[in-house]
Design a protein around this ligand. Structure first.
Ligand code: C2E
Ligand code: CA
Ligand code: CA
Ligand code: CA
Length: 280
């Protein structure tokens, strides 16, 4: 058995080292990704279900790696968080998102909002570049109301984040807050109340479960009713079929996002889609 164990070790060790080596290399390269202009931003439209119109969009980052090609955030966000590179990346995404919101405002859409993901790690050091963000908005002459910060519940559950105070500052500036991936963790109604969240995003794992005759729709309906009682609006994520959309509409869901409406697209494509839909 010992012999076998050693063989197994010999077999896996180079593989493990390779994975670690790749992570380290990516971590190093990532520090320069912003300066080298290798990051890209895409926007996924968010539709108001009652009107069918695009009224918000979520900013999502991509990394155009010189050797590895276009990389999804799943391949690098976690590494960026652990190396601290997420702060620079997050600032870059925020600025691009704000610029896009400004362009849309200039297309006579004063209410259009762009959602920006902000991971718990970006709140760790108290800098959290919050004032810089507000200064940048002022420079652009853009209302903070045009930006929604998307956070996940690990942030709310992290006592070190002093998050309640930071949320107060956001709200004082009129920036809204959305709770991502709702339903996947331990977040309770009490949390939603305490942090005065503006939106919750129902996780795709609930939306994919909306087939007829399942409890899925009952569950979504209950979440939505509860949210509305607290003055919170609901965005359902990962809508892929008309059936899912109709089911969500039937229980009063406010907004939808997913491949049924659109994949994430460039800023230019977003502007085109919006122009088309508002054209007479
Ligand atoms: P997320 O915030 O939950 O973003 C939604 C993800 O679902 C996106 O993946 C989007 O492309 C994908 N998606 C949208 N519609 C559908 C659908 O109908 N079906 C399915 N199966 N998937 C759909 P993406 O762009 O790969 O982003 C993955 C995650 O990376 C995001 O999940 C977010 O947690 C993180 N992320 C992306 N951009 C940033 C960023 O700028 N900063 C930070 N901190 N995290 C980011
Ligand atoms: Ca998100
Ligand atoms: Ca999500
Ligand atoms: Ca509220």
């Amino acid at each position: 058995a010992k012999q076998q164990g050693r063989n197994r070790y010999n077999y896996f060790a180079p593989f493990m080292q390779e994975a670690t080596r790749v992570r380290m290399a990516l971590g190093n390269e990532m520090r320069e990704a912003v300066e080298r202009e290798e990051l890209r931003i895409v926007f996924q439209p968010i539709i108001e279900l009652a009107s069918g119109r695009i009224c918000k969009a979520e900013a999502l980052v991509r990394w155009q790696h010189p050797q590895r090609g276009l990389m999804s955030p799943h391949e690098f966000i976690a590494i960026a968080e652990h190396t601290g590179a997420i702060v620079g990346i997050g600032d870059w995404v925020f600025r691009q998102a704000a610029r896009e919101a400004k362009r849309l405002q200039q297309m006579a859409l004063p209410e259009f909002q762009i959602c920006v993901n902000k991971s718990a790690w970006q709140f760790r050091d108290d800098g959290s570049n919050y004032q810089e963000w507000l200064d940048f908005l002022a420079e652009l002459d853009l209302q903070a109301h045009n930006i929604i910060i998307e956070v996940t519940e690990d942030l709310l559950l992290d006592p070190a984040s002093a998050i309640a105070d930071k949320f107060k500052a956001f709200r004082a500036a009129n920036m809204q807050v959305s709770l991502d991936d709702f339903g996947t963790g331990y977040c309770s109604v009490a949390f939603l109340k305490r942090y005065d969240i503006d939106y919750i995003k129902i996780d795709p794992s609930f939306v994919s479960n909306l087939a007829e005759g399942t409890d899925g729709i009952t569950l979504c309906g209950a979440i939505i009713a509860m949210a509305h009682k607290l003055g919170i609006q609901v965005i359902a994520e990962g809508i892929e079929t008309p059936q899912q959309m109709q089911a969500l509409q039937s229980v009063g869901c406010d907004f939808g996002q997913g491949y049924l409406f659109s994949k994430p697209i460039s800023g230019l494509e977003l502007e085109k889609s919006i122009k088309n839909q508002y054209a007479p």
